[in-house]
Design a protein around this ligand. Structure first.
Ligand code: BES
Ligand code: ZN
Length: 465
């Protein structure tokens, strides 16, 4: 068979058999592999085991499970290296997921894949169990239909991406040789919209930290004792309010100074993308009276190339127990999305210092880092980018757009460096209606199929002719 015949056989196989991969996805999402502390980590390990079984089912070899600090969040590796003289592609995905959020807001159970109007709903359906199954489906379709792969592949699936990839540096240090490849394909990113594939060329980083203000030994009656006692929740609110100015702009000058101004070239590229503010508002679920902090194409600049603070959670008491009390302590988790050239460690120290020097009511404030991940921005002159663009165009019947992404994948920068600057190609199965990390996360079946087809085309085109 010629290469085009093999590609076409694999595409046919996929078209006829895609339902079996959806069943595999259904099985994986049924395991609540939330990697956050406080959730059953045995479920993460169980999901890793199931991924390992899928690896062997599709014919990957040399399958190994690597554990580092967290024994229940293994990195699963498998390869197929029977194409001597050919290039090697490393495919990445992750099997851990975010917590489900409020169960009552889900229209169907978060851990039961349910199809509605062409979309598959479940936690991790798109981020990233759908992505990792897409990688496996492309490999399986090629292997089952032609008996071989056009290139060598290495597949790596991570179990701790959503909580900051703690064990990544140790994993890489130990396994540098094992993971060597000519290109990395990361199926964990976004598409421009449901009809237009995206090739992500930049990611924001994330500095995630917790802040705790402690004041009393226990909560007390706000009438009997209110007045002389300082209020920890008030102090926390004051601290958080100092992080941004009145327009919501980050208020730490040393961090602002590190931000690389957007180049004319990047601004021009962004301005040519089709973008509608009303569509963006609708997809982001913005209420009618809420004003955005910027308009039109500046929204994309802000999402992709400007830092942004968010308060992920504030806790002092709970809504159901909000009696007339003065709380004893208040806690918050905050995150700063970073961009070129913010230095992660330095920025963390600057935020910590900024908070400590507020000295509100003389409170002692405890600050801890939750996770620190770098931003990433790539050049696109390596021929692999063109090959991926062509593969996406074939898979989707629509040329891709190069996009930035406001989200973070800490793995990318570290990995690409470890592989001596190998091109990292970020594609994915998310689209603007996915609502990754939120309730009712979903993946469009059409987008997923287009992604698998693109992967089949890419693996076929990466072959040395
Ligand atoms: N896959 C997501 C990032 C993403 C989501 C890209 C939607 C494109 C569209 C990734 O798994 C993620 O959520 N990462 C975390 C990383 C963090 C814990 C360091 C994030 O961005 O919050
Ligand atoms: Zn992800």
């Amino acid at each position: 068979m010629s290469t085009p015949q093999k590609t076409s056989a694999a595409l046919d196989y996929f078209q006829t058999n895609f339902e079996k991969y959806i069943q595999e996805l259904k099985h994986l999402v049924s395991i609540p592999s939330v990697s956050f502390t406080g959730f059953d980590q045995k479920k993460v390990a169980e999901c890793g085991k199931e991924v390992q079984k899928l690896f062997s089912k599709i014919g990957l070899e040399n399958i190994q499970s690597f554990v580092s600090e967290h024994p229940d969040r293994p990195y699963i590796y498998g390869d197929w290296l029977n194409a001597p003289g050919q290039s090697t592609v490393l495919l990445y995905g992750h099997y851990d997921v975010q917590p489900p959020g409020s169960l009552e807001k889900w229209k169907s159970s978060p851990f039961d894949l349910s199809e509605r109007e062409g979309r598959l709903f479940a936690r991790g359906s798109a981020d990233d169990k759908g992505g990792l199954i897409a990688n496996l489906a492309a490999i399986d379709s090629l292997l089952k239909s032609t008996g071989a792969l056009p290139v060598n592949v290495k597949v790596l699936v991570e179990g701790e991406e959503e909580c900051g990839s703690d064990g990544l540096d140790a994993f890489i240090a130990k396994n540098k040789k094992l993971i060597q490849a000519d290109a990395i394909v990361i199926t964990d990113a976004d598409n421009y919209d449901e009809k237009t594939p995206g090739l992500t060329v930049s990611l924001r980083g994330l500095i995630s930290m917790s802040i705790e203000v402690k004041a009393l030994k226990q909560p007390v009656h706000s009438g009997l004792l209110g007045g002389p006692l300082p209020d920890a929740a008030m102090a926390l609110a004051k601290i958080l309010a100092t992080l941004v100015d009145d327009s919501g702009e980050i208020n730490i000058p040393e961090i602002k100074k590190m931000v690389q101004p957007l180049s004319d070239e990047d601004r021009k590229k962004i301005s040519t993308l089709p973008f509608r503010e009303d569509k963006f508002r609708q997809e982001a679920g913005v209420l009618e009276h809420t004003k955005l902090r910027c308009q039109n194409h500046e929204i994309l600049e802000s999402l992709w190339f400007r830092p942004s603070f968010s308060v992920n959670c504030m806790q002092a008491s709970s809504q159901t127990q909000a009696g007339n009390i003065i709380v004893s302590s208040a806690w918050a988790r905050i995150g700063l999305r970073t961009v070129p050239n913010i230095e992660t460690e330095k920025a963390f120290a600057l935020i910590k210092n900024h908070i400590e020097k507020q000295n509100i009511f003389g409170f002692k404030v405890e600050i801890n880092d939750v996770s620190l991940g770098n931003w990433w921005k790539t050049k696109t002159d390596h021929p692999a980018f063109k090959q991926m663009e062509q593969a996406l165009e074939k898979g989707w019947n629509q040329p891709p757009v190069k996009i930035g992404c406001g989200g973070s994948i800490p793995f990318v920068q570290t990995f690409s460096e470890a592989l001596g600057g190998a091109p990292a190609l970020l594609i994915g199965v998310c689209d603007p209606s996915t609502y990754a990390h939120s309730e009712n996360e979903s993946m469009s079946l059409e987008v997923w199929k287009n992604c698998v087809k693109s992967l089949i085309h890419f693996l076929s085109s990466f072959e040395k002719k």
